[in-house]
Design a protein around this ligand. Structure first.
Ligand code: HXC
Length: 516
């Protein structure tokens, strides 16, 4: 064959590979309201930065007529490129090829980019749209999934791993995203479930739609499986780019500093007045967070799940910080099972990737009651204790109002290896809330009083006057400083500068045993 013909042959193959399952299948994909794997990669990466790998790899199955169903590249597009000029690795299931089902060849392509991402210390983004294990291949597909899971686990905490779910994601396909750090979903086209509605009906007799069982809203609000929800794919890929801007490339690096143009000295007078006079009235902790962060930019994680606990990313003087905060506007900011899990996982992520933690605290306690106890609030609440205590990144707490009981200990208290605890003058720090405390220590006095209700109120006031302030804790060094609320941004930036070179270790061990 002449050189020209060889070049033509290569061109022809490249073009064929680019068409995946072919024009008709691409059209069908568009009609479903979905983009193709390559269109998705283009939206995700910097323009023209994608370099494809293994475009000619094919499956080797010959059962069930599969020798006639071969496509260049098989059911996944893999490679590398850049986001904001920084290297990332990517794989995108190609639904136009046999429903993006996972063959041995597909798994091998994914494993290759997983290993490259870890060796080269760059984030990995998986774009999922797949009918699950390729049924014709049987156990080879199972082994392939397991290889992918194993790598997700080995590289957890080494490089950020992000999953976009932009189509069906069923059976074995769900566990790889679940093992990654963040899951992004789109309304109406993303589904994640172990078994679809038909199997559910035959086993449990429940009638449920795909959307109800595993749609984006279900996982954003009910299960907490997903972290970010979008109305369309374009916004989703923009969201992944935004998230990566807060993260380092790998666990040995720090996040890039960004010039935000927001003064260190900026003060917000409103913060001095944001806490209501009535301690039982709510306010919006997000207003506090937005006011303090650079340019008010806050990328909230899981905004629709366990709203009583806020977590997300922002910047202070251009440097990434992870925010954890109680939300008095939702369930008075109590900590329940969902809130504990949400915050614990976020704290551990930030610690993996050298992102300092800033905690805003206004917490009346853990949620009491049989529902929470039977769900194991003891076990789940202890995850948050564990996560904070284990984290070695700089950790600062601002107590805006309530810091009661075990919930005070949990929210990055000093004794839990917190670096600094700052309190607003409105802070109330005590072993429990004034009502509960008064009914225990003054029980007899109250019971014997002529008017027990009046007596209780009197004792609550007495207790509140004595303990509902930050000064008792400050006099014991449990609080480092009481600050004017409007100075919080400045104080946080100065404190983070002071902690910039913090070095801390854990006792030598194989690994701890977090109460899962
Ligand atoms: C082989 C598959 C496939 C699969 C889809 N296709 N899933 N081929 N193996 N798992 C093929 C279809 O046969 C079809 O080919 C083409 O992909 C497009 O699929 P459609 O059904 O036309 O698309 P749609 O109507 O959008 O439905 C998508 C779907 C459905 C909901 C994903 O295809 C489906 O239910 N697939 C099977 C899901 C499943 O049960 N997977 C196995 C899970 S077992 P043609 O040529 O007809 O157009 C598993 C265990 C692993 O994953 C455990 C690991 C630990």
């Amino acid at each position: 064959m002449s050189k020209e013909r060889k070049l033509l042959e290569l061109k022809d193959k490249i073009e064929k590979a680019r068409l995946g399952g072919g024009k008709a299948r691409i059209e069908k994909q568009h009609k479903r309201g979905k983009l193709t794997a390559r269109e998705r990669i283009d939206l995700l990466l910097d323009e023209n930065s994608f370099e494809e790998m293994d475009p000619f790899k094919m499956h080797e199955c010959s059962d069930f007529g599969m020798e006639k169903k071969k496509f260049l590249g098989d059911g996944v597009v893999t490679g590398y490129g850049s986001i904001d000029g920084r290297l990332v690795f990517v794989y995108a299931f190609d639904f136009t090829v046999l429903g993006g089902s996972l063959s041995k060849a597909v798994a091998e392509k994914i494993v290759k980019v997983q290993e490259l991402s870890a060796k080269n210390g760059a984030p990995l983004i998986g774009i999922n749209d797949s009918g699950g294990a390729r049924v014709q291949e049987g156990v080879d597909a199972l082994a392939g999934y397991t290889d992918i899971f194993r790598n997700n686990i080995l590289y957890s905490g080494v490089v950020p791993q992000i999953s976009a779910v932009v189509g069906p994601c069923a059976g074995g396909a769900v566990y790889s995203p679940a093992l990654t750090d963040f899951i992004f979903m789109v309304k109406d086209i993303s589904y994640m479930f172990l078994t679809g509605p038909r199997v559910v009906k035959s086993v449990t007799h429940e009638e449920v739609t795909k959307e109800e069982l595993g749609g984006a809203t279900t996982h954003a609000t009910k299960s907490g499986v997903s972290h970010f929800t979008y109305d369309d794919e374009k916004s989703l890929f923009q969201g992944i780019r935004e998230l990566l801007s807060y993260l380092p490339q790998n666990n040995t690096e720090e996040p890039q500093a960004v010039e935000m143009g927001d003064s260190v000295n900026r003060v917000d007078e409103d913060l001095n007045y944001i806490i209501p006079d009535d301690p039982n009235r709510a306010y919006d902790m997000k207003k506090v967070i937005n006011s303090i962060l650079d340019n008010g930019e806050f990328m909230e994680v899981q905004p629709l799940y366990a709203k009583n606990m806020i977590v997300g990313f922002g910047r202070l003087n251009g440097k990434s910080v992870g925010i954890v905060a109680n939300q008095p506007k939702s369930l008075a900011g109590v900590i329940d099972v969902k809130a504990s899990n949400k915050a614990a996982r976020f704290v551990r992520f930030c610690d993996c990737f050298n992102i300092p933690l800033v905690t805003f605290e206004d917490v009346p306690g853990f949620m009491p009651g049989t529902d929470q106890e039977f769900q194991g609030i003891i076990k789940h609440g202890s995850k948050l204790l564990y996560a904070y205590a284990e984290a070695t990144v700089p950790k600062i707490t601002i107590i805006t109002r309530k810091g009661y009981g075990g919930a005070f200990c949990v929210m990055n208290s000093r004794n839990l290896r917190g670096d600094l605890s700052l309190a607003w003058p409105s802070a109330e720090i005590a072993v429990m809330g004034p009502k509960g405390a008064s009914s225990i220590i003054f029980r007899h006095e109250i019971e014997e009083a002529e008017n027990p209700k009046e007596k209780l109120q009197e004792k609550i006031k007495e207790y509140r006057d004595k303990f509902a302030n930050p000064y008792v804790a400050a006099s014991k060094g449990i609080i480092d400083e009481v600050i004017e609320p409007k100075a919080t941004r400045y104080k946080l930036i100065k404190s983070l500068e002071m902690l910039n070179n913090k070095r801390d270790d854990l006792p030598p061990k194989k690994h701890g045993n977090i109460p899962l």
